[in-house]
Design a protein around this ligand. Structure first.
Ligand SMILES: NC(=O)c1ccc[n+]([C@@H]2O[C@H](COP(=O)([O-])OP(=O)(O)OC[C@H]3O[C@@H](n4cnc5c(N)ncnc54)[C@H](OP(=O)(O)O)[C@@H]3O)[C@@H](O)[C@H]2O)c1
Length: 291
């Protein structure tokens, strides 16, 4: 089966990364629409795509259009596209959001287009090298045949792995992704601040903590979270936890966050079999006493 030609509306972080990866996988990127043309020009030249003046102009040039816009823009944009006099019937449009199902694309479906969701369970930042994150990525797909098959083939061509998103509670699913993709960054920022306060220089703290995070990811590879667990909670080192909570007294919110995370970590430690329920309950008392 021939690869569909692709249009990208919104060449931001995800749109640019997917555009580059699809181009690299042999897909023709027929068109790009950027609401600020200067932001799409270089990418269009790099991928051999036409930079169109309107979103419907991009849709008209491709078999499959990717709406790579912010989640809240998908619905209004789909409404505009459905209202525009474009040669849409029979073509396909997907969005990239993990937090939404096909509902915001309903106007396009009613206009005779096939619609779907192509969600990379991955994180993309600005810049050309973020495309390196794509191989190995799992892609959640919500579409009917024949679009579903085309999207599965696309995920595989990108070096990824497709899975079925139909019937999945998107808010819950996406909250899970945010926990892993975004909040570790927030925790790292807090950790760096703490380490700097402890007397370690900022560049050393940054390198030390990122390297630590890499080690944590290595430990996780292929196993359950509880098997990768190290640290005072799973060791049962209550006094160490008390000392942590004591120095965090000057930042009650962070102290509270630490306490809540320690509480969940104790449950995980029991699950790992390295801590008994009685030991965990004893440490929980320590957590409460230290507040
Ligand atoms: N980034 C990720 O890690 C990631 C991962 C998986 C899925 N996603 C999904 O991918 C989608 C895009 O996210 P992103 O992170 O790539 O966002 P982003 O970097 O902010 O890019 C959004 C793009 O949409 C354009 N845009 C914004 N409002 C628009 C409008 N009203 N009309 C037309 N274009 C508009 C932006 O143009 P300007 O440059 O002019 O603002 C930009 O090109 C979202 O649905 C997100 O959930 C993202």
């Amino acid at each position: 089966m021939q690869n569909p030609t692709i249009a990208i509306i919104g060449p931001g972080r995800a749109g640019s990364a997917l555009g580059r990866a699809l181009h690299g996988a042999g897909y023709a990127i027929a068109a790009i629409f950027a609401r600020r043309p200067e932001r799409g020009q270089l990418l269009a030249a790099e991928l051999g795509a036409r930079l169109t003046r309107t979103p419907e102009g991009a849709l008209d040039l491709a078999d499959l259009t990717i709406l790579a816009v912010p989640d809240d823009v998908i619905g209004p944009l789909a409404g505009d596209l459905a209202g525009a006099q474009c040669a849409g019937a029979g073509r396909a449009v997907v969005h990239l959001s993990g937090a939404q199902d096909r509902t915001p694309l309903l106007p396009l479906q009613q206009a005779g287009l096939r619609t779907g969701v192509f969600h990379a369970v991955q994180t993309f930042k600005t810049g050309a090298d973020t495309v390196r994150n794509i191989p190995g990525t799992l892609f959640g797909i919500d579409a009917d045949e024949p679009l579903a098959g085309a999207l599965q083939a696309m995920a595989i061509a990108l070096g990824g792995e497709p899975f079925d998103l139909r019937g999945v509670d998107r808010a819950r699913y996406h909250a899970a992704a945010v926990f892993v993709a975004n909040y570790p960054i927030t925790l790292l920022a807090e950790a760096r601040r703490l380490m700097e306060q402890s007397g370690v220089s900022a560049p050393t703290a940054q390198r030390a903590l990122v390297q630590l995070l890499r080690g944590t990811l290595n430990n996780l590879n292929g196993g359950d979270p509880e098997d990768a667990l190290t640290g005072p909670a799973v060791r049962g080192d209550g006094r160490t936890i008390q000392r942590h909570l004591a120095v965090l007294r000057d930042d009650p919110e962070l102290q509270q966050l630490y306490r809540r995370l320690a509480d969940r970590t104790l449950a995980l430690a029991v699950k790992s079999g390295r801590l008994t329920q009685v030991q965990a309950d004893g440490l929980r008392t320590t957590l409460l006493e230290a507040i």
